[in-house]
Design a protein around this ligand. Structure first.
Ligand code: SF4
Length: 324
């Protein structure tokens, strides 16, 4: 089966990345309008986008401009993720993720360790996270939102062009959710035709999903837990199943998905099995990567049941469930 056909067409230059289409799609709006009015214009524009091909004149505003204005407003009462803290990050208030309005990245490079379709991938690792996974492999980055290089969108856009010329097949935003406003600004500055990969835990809000619609080419989504209680215990997150399944359904309607399931020791029947079943029924034929590389890290030692690697029996059982 040809996985991610749309992605391949963009990566090979046959089609335009969706953010470039949004950038060229004219939308008439008043940036000072109420947020409710801006959402109304956005909804109409997204419907129109599906029906017509239009090109904006230089003096006109675009759909991507509109998404940028809405994201900046959302930052004043942050609901980028489903924690919905309501922090005014523009005024340097912070919510659960402890990230203010300034986004930082800890590294950006050509990554050769992602799935074969993606490499080499221009990966931008953002600082901070909206989850608190006790086994986080990148905990030095995810738990230190103040560390890293403050992002200047124009500068990042130049780097994107450079990495593309060096062979990058895509632009891969890692831990992107609390940085949605910055990512949309980066894309507004970017002219390089490259597929956009949203590499996330899929815990964004419904509003964030609307802004991502028509922009993201591949949702590279982690599906970690098959129930809310495991999600709470290991990532300190509420209503996990409802949020993540909602977002996968939305992503399935909007674009293409590469789904990752990191198999946790002792969590085959409670997590891996229900995830595989749900995916099979609700979003069939997505590219599914069952991952066996779990290693206990960070605070995993506080949870003896996951303070080990997988057994051969667990690998076999998970593979059998997936039918691979
Ligand atoms: S991104 Fe999520 S965790 Fe961070 S302030 Fe916004 S709603 Fe809260």
């Amino acid at each position: 089966m040809d996985t991610l056909p749309g992605y391949h067409r963009i990566a090979s230059g046959i089609e335009q990345a969706r953010f470039l289409v949004a950038k060229n799609f004219p939308v008439d709006f008043d940036p000072d309008a109420t947020l409710a009015d801006l959402w109304g214009v956005h909804s109409d524009a997204m419907h129109e986008l599906q029906r017509s091909e239009k090109s904006k004149r230089p003096e006109e505003r675009s759909l991507l401009d509109l998404k940028n204005v809405i994201a900046a407003r959302m930052l004043e009462d942050c609901n980028f993720c489903d924690r919905r803290c309501g922090a005014n990050r523009m005024m340097r208030q912070v919510g659960y993720c402890r990230i203010d309005a300034i986004s930082r990245y800890s590294s950006e490079f050509l990554h050769y360790g992602e799935e074969s379709e993606l490499v080499p991938s221009h990966t931008i690792f953002f600082s901070g996270c909206v989850f608190s996974c006790v086994y986080c492999q990148n905990w030095e980055i995810s738990t230190n939102p103040g560390r890293g290089v403050p992002i200047l969108p124009e500068e990042v856009a130049r780097t994107i062009s450079l990495r593309h010329s060096l062979g990058a097949r895509n632009l891969n935003f890692v831990t992107p959710t609390p940085h949605l406003h910055t990512i949309l600004r980066i894309l507004a500055e970017t002219t390089t035709n490259t597929p956009v990969v949203w590499n996330s835990n899929m815990y964004h809000s419904e509003e964030a999903a609307k802004l991502l619609s028509g922009v993201v080419d591949v949702y590279l989504g982690d599906f970690k837990y098959g129930n809310d209680s495991c999600a709470k215990r290991y990532s300190d997150v509420d209503h996990y199943w409802e949020t993540v399944t909602r977002n996968f359904l939305c992503a399935y309607d909007d674009s293409e998905i590469l789904l990752r399931q990191l198999v946790l020791p002792g969590h085959i029947e409670c997590c891996t099995a229900p995830i595989i079943e749900w995916v099979r029924e609700q979003i069939p034929n997505v590219r599914f990567n069952l991952m066996f590389q779990y290693r206990p890290a960070y605070l995993a030692h506080r949870h003896p049941e996951i303070n080990r690697t997988l057994t051969e029996g667990e690998r076999l059982r998970a593979s059998e469930l997936l039918g691979s």
